[in-house]
Design a protein around this ligand. Structure first.
Ligand SMILES: NCc1[nH]cc(CCC(=O)O)c1CC(=O)O
Length: 331
């Protein structure tokens, strides 16, 4: 039997994610090998807001699937466009990593006033500014992009006091150490480490799908054991990301919208099967002209319902948000 070909980007994170999936496939008796795909997002260093969002990372990998150069693709779920490709199918959403964001450079509450924090994410920017406003503090959010090392290097060199990265990526790369119960930790930077904080989701709500992987296959995929890839699915994680993403889709907000969403499962006291899904979201709104928009306080919303209605839950919450937008306000 020929090995399953796993298509993914060639970045260090994409590679460890693909290798992680390969190890899970091996546990199910499935051999695989890595097929690296270079995407336009890897070769174009302009801001993501200019080159059309994180979808650029996914498109080339999807093409490899559709052209039969790979049997399955491994994506960071938060980078997957909400629009489905008719020739493809998400075969599995494996168990999720740590959903939190990490502030690299120190603890948020202990940063000096007017500290410069690097992030290219409007979601992170609006929540950091909301926290600063609520605590009578002033932070400067500086747009940065580039891979994990580029961003951390700005902090190590003192050009920025801090930057924000997803914990999932740092953990998968083995870059997160010395973790305390209060969220204090250290992040490996070159030869040394930097102080960091695993920020509570009450302060930084993650992006829809953050810390989850999507294992995608072509509907017309021909490998004789392709259907067995479905066994990597974790139904709990899958339901959570369906709720988060249907919320984003119904808002008609893209991956660069100032929107955080996190679904959690509540387990009954007897430890039986999960019953309820709670979906929390934060939304940044602006008013005024596109050139000089004014930030409005963040909107925070929550809804709960049965796990079997995950998609509907996301849609309902989005409708609540849209009905609460006042004339002139937009996302
Ligand atoms: N937008 C880039 C991206 N896409 C996925 C991850 C890694 C973590 C994850 O799976 O959510 C990251 C880096 C980051 O946000 O720090």
């Amino acid at each position: 039997m020929t090995a399953l070909r796993i298509g993914a980007r060639t970045s260090p994170l994409a590679r460890v994610q693909a290798d992680w999936v390969a190890a899970r496939l091996a546990e199910h008796g499935l051999d695989s090998r890595f097929v690296g795909v270079v995407t336009s997002g890897d070769v174009d260093q302009r801001a993501l807001t200019q080159i059309g969002g994180t979808g650029v990372f996914v498109a080339a990998v999807r093409t490899a699937l559709l052209e039969g150069r790979a049997d399955l693709a491994v994506h960071s779920l938060k980078d997957l466009p909400t629009a489905p490709d008719p020739g493809l199918r998400v075969a599995a959403v494996p168990p999720r990593e740590d959903v939190r964001d990490v502030l690299v450079g120190g603890r948020l509450a202990e940063l000096p006033d007017r500290a410069r924090i690097g992030t290219g994410s409007p979601r992170r920017a609006v929540q950091l500014q909301d926290w600063a406003r609520a605590h009578g503090r002033h932070l400067e959010v500086v747009p940065v992009r580039g891979n994990v090392d580029t961003r951390i290097a700005h902090v190590a060199a003192g050009r920025l006091e801090a930057c924000v990265l997803a914990a999932a990526g740092l953990r998968r790369l083995g870059r997160l150490t010395d973790e305390d119960a209060d969220g204090s930790c250290r992040v490996v930077a070159g030869d040394g480490t930097l102080p960091a904080e695993l920020v509570d989701v009450a302060v930084l709500l993650p992006a829809p799908g953050q810390a989850a992987l999507a294992v995608e296959v072509a509907v017309a995929g021909a490998h004789p054991r392709l259907a067995e890839v479905d066994r990597l699915d974790d139904p709990g994680t899958h339901a959570r990301v369906v709720a988060e993403r249907s919320f984003l889709t119904r808002l008609e907000a893209g991956c660069l919208a100032p929107v955080g969403a996190l679904a959690t499962l509540s387990r009954p006291a007897d430890g039986g099967a999960p019953q309820d899904l709670t979906l929390d979201a934060v939304i940044g709104r602006t008013v005024g002209s596109t050139a000089t928009p004014t930030a409005e306080p963040l909107l925070r919303v929550q809804i709960a319902g049965p796990v079997s209605g995950a998609r509907q839950l996301g849609i309902q919450l989005a409708q609540q948000v849209l009905s609460r937008l006042e004339p002139g306000q937009r996302l």
